[in-house]
Structure formats: structure tokens, C-alpha cells
Design a protein around this ligand. Structure first.
Ligand code: SF4
Ligand code: MG
Length: 335
């Protein structure tokens, strides 16, 4: 059926002192109800900016949406007025950020913050709202929720605070949740627990979930599809297991070769050379060419389109086929 979210050819620019930074350059992706899309990329790849445009928290300077469509439940959010947009954001989509401590109000108890959602949006009495807050805290796995509902954010551990943020996001039963690096600040074991919780709730409520991350390892078990971003474009998209098994873009291949993986013990890890480009001066042709071990002349002049690289996958590389089949030797040579 119709996707929950259908982002089409989105473009976002920032006015900076150094000129126009082209942060998002024609990004398209879809998320269905009950589906998890992981958006992977280095900092500055445009993954967060795309999400902020979807949430509608980018409508002011210095960032501007300069093109494209954001169809959510069939309506183009970019055509809605401010008030309508705010309503959609409040009730149907929610965002979870990396840093719960700065997202939660430090001078209100978590019970008051959660309860307020129900009082304001659902017109509940304070007492009833407080009861719902406790239920929600229990649902996200906060031990002794009834005793802790009157505690302040700083009295919880990082992992517990992240669970409270998830509870806040879930309170109004949104159809879409966008989680931007939700576990980056946490210990590895806690990361996995929080990620599992998100995945479990996403299934339980049949929500769409967008997981933004720079860490392939974190999303492997929970995502259905991955979109890899580089310099404001999607360079590869594929079902998660296919991408892990055989990436069709040299950048993805580099990312995979640079993380320690089971069964690759003792192998030297690859490091992608160089840095992502300055977004005010994106290289011509393929933006990745200065860092790509496969780059040839055409890569310096012709921007690769998103080639169909399989039934459910695409790659913005002129040499996606070689990357799929024979890229391994080339990368071994570049190690
Ligand atoms: Fe590398 Fe060329 Fe493919 Fe870009 S188009 S990723 S430079 S091989
Ligand atoms: Mg970011």
C-alpha cells in the first residue's frame, strides 16, 4: 500500500559565511507502517538535516528546504501552514534525540513532564495523567516506576533517561518515530537494550521508525532497510542483510570493512582515507571520488545516478556491479 512517509527529491540549503552549504541534495526514501529504516552516514552527511526537515523543525534560517516533497499519510507536509504542521508534529510524529538531559526539562519531575502530554493533548485530569505516566514508565522498563515518577531527569542514569525520552515520544501514539543517534551517548550493553526496546515498541504499535546513526553495528539487528548517505545524497539503499553481505557502493564497503565483525578476526581493519567534503564545495562528478579506491576518470566528471542494483536496492556508483562482485580484492589491495 501507500507508504507512511514518502520523501521525494528533498533539497535543503544552509546560508553560511562561506557560501551556500548544500546539506541535502535530492534525497528520496520511504517508510511504511511497521517498518524500520536506518539512515547511516558520517557527521555532515545530511542524515539529521533530512530528518529535521521531515519533522518541520528546520523551517527557519539559516536552513531552508529548497525543493522536493515530504508526503506523510498522503499529504505534502511542505504545503501545510505552520499551525497544521505543528499539529502533525505533535500528534503523529515524534523525535528522539541523543542527549536526553538537554531534551527533558530539568526543573520538572518526569511524571509531570509525561503527565503534561496527556493533560494538554488529551484533556486528562492531573491524577489520571499521572497514572498514565506511571504505566508508560513501566512499559519502557523503568524499575519502581511508581516510586520514581516524582524524580527529576538528573536522578536517572543515562540509559533510564533515554527510556524516559522514548516514553515521551510514545505518549501520544505517533505513527512515525525518528530517533537521531538515540544510543550514541550510552555504554555498549545499554545501547543494545535501548535499541531492543525501540524495536519492540515499533512492532507493538506498528509504527514507522527512522533510526539515524553513524554506527552500522548498532542498527544491524533492528533495521529492515538501510539508506547510506554521503554529502547530502543517498549513495546506497538495500535490505539490511543484503547490504551487509555484499555492499554495492565503495563507501558502504569502506564502512563495513572498517568495523570489527564476527568471522573477520585477525584481519586488519580498513580505514576510509580523507574526510567528507565541505558542503559549500562538493566535488564534481561523484562526491566520493577523492576518497574512493575505485575512482576512474568518469567519476571526476559525471555524477552517478542511483542505479538499480537489484530488486530492492540501488547504488549511486558507476561501478556498482564491480563493487558487488569483485570489490573485495581492490579493497584488500588498498588496505
Ligand atoms: Fe567510487 Fe566512482 Fe563509484 Fe564514485 S562512482 S563511488 S568514485 S567508483
Ligand atoms: Mg547528527
Amino acid at each position: 500500500g501507500e507508504p507512511l512517509l514518502d520523501v521525494r527529491d528533498l533539497r535543503v540549503e544552509f546560508r553560511t559565511r562561506d557560501g551556500v552549504a548544500r546539506a541535502v541534495n535530492g534525497v528520496s526514501y520511504t517508510v511504511a507502517a511497521g517498518q524500520t529504516l536506518a539512515v547511516l552516514g558520517e557527521s555532515g552527511s545530511g542524515k539529521s538535516v533530512t530528518a529535521q526537515a521531515v519533522m518541520g523543525i528546520l523551517d527557519s534560517p539559516p536552513g531552508f528546504v529548497t525543493g522536493g516533497e515530504i508526503l506523510f499519510q498522503g499529504r505534502d507536509l511542505l504545503k501545510l501552514g505552520k499551525e497544521e504542521r505543528r499539529k502533525v508534529r505533535g500528534a503523529r510524529m515524534a523525535m528522539i534525540f541523543q542527549d536526553a538531559l538537554s531534551s527533558l526539562n530539568p526543573v520538572l519531575t518526569v511524571g509531570a513532564q509525561l503527565g503534561e502530554m496527556f493533560e494538554v493533548h488529551e484533556g486528562m485530569s492531573r491524577k489520571k495523567a499521572r497514572g498514565r505516566a506511571v504505566e508508560l514508565m513501566e512499559r519502557v522498563g523503568i524499575p519502581a516506576a511508581r516510586e520514581r515518577v516524582g524524580d527529576y531527569p538528573h536522578q536517572f542514569s543515562g540509559g533510564m533517561r533515554q527510556r524516559i525520552m522514548i516514553a515521551m515520544a510514545l505518549a501520544l501514539r505517533p505513527d512515525l518515530i525518528i530517533a537521531d543517534e538515540p544510543t550514541t551517548a550510552l555504554d555498549v550493553t545499554v545501547q543494545a537494550q535501548v535499541m531492543d526496546l525501540l524495536a519492540e515498541l515499533q512492532r507493538e504499535f506498528t509504527m514507522g521508525l527512522i533510526l539515524i546513526t553513524h554506527d552500522l553495528g548498532v542498527v544491524a539487528d533492528v533495521a529492515d532497510t538501510i539508506a547510506v548517505m554521503y554529502a547530502g545524497r543517498i549513495v546506497e539503499t538495500a535490505p539490511v542483510h543484503q547490504l551487509y553481505k555484499a555492499p554495492a557502493h565503495p563507501y558502504t564497503r569502506g564502512l563495513l570493512e572498517s568495523i570489527p565483525r564476527l568471522g573477520h578476526k585477525g584481519r586488519e581493519l580498513y580505514a576510509i582515507k580523507g574526510l567528507p567534503p565541505n558542503l559549500t564545495a562538493i566535488p564534481p562528478g561523484c562526491a566520493f571520488h577523492p576518497r574512493c579506491p575505485l575512482a576512474r576518470d568518469i567519476c571526476r566528471t559525471d555524477p552517478p545516478p542511483l542505479y538499480e542494483a537489484g530488486p530492492d536496492r540501488a547504488s549511486a556508483c558507476h561501478f556498482w556491479r564491480e563493487t558487488l562482485d569483485g570489490g573485495k580484492e581492490i579493497f584488500d589491495g588498498a588496505r
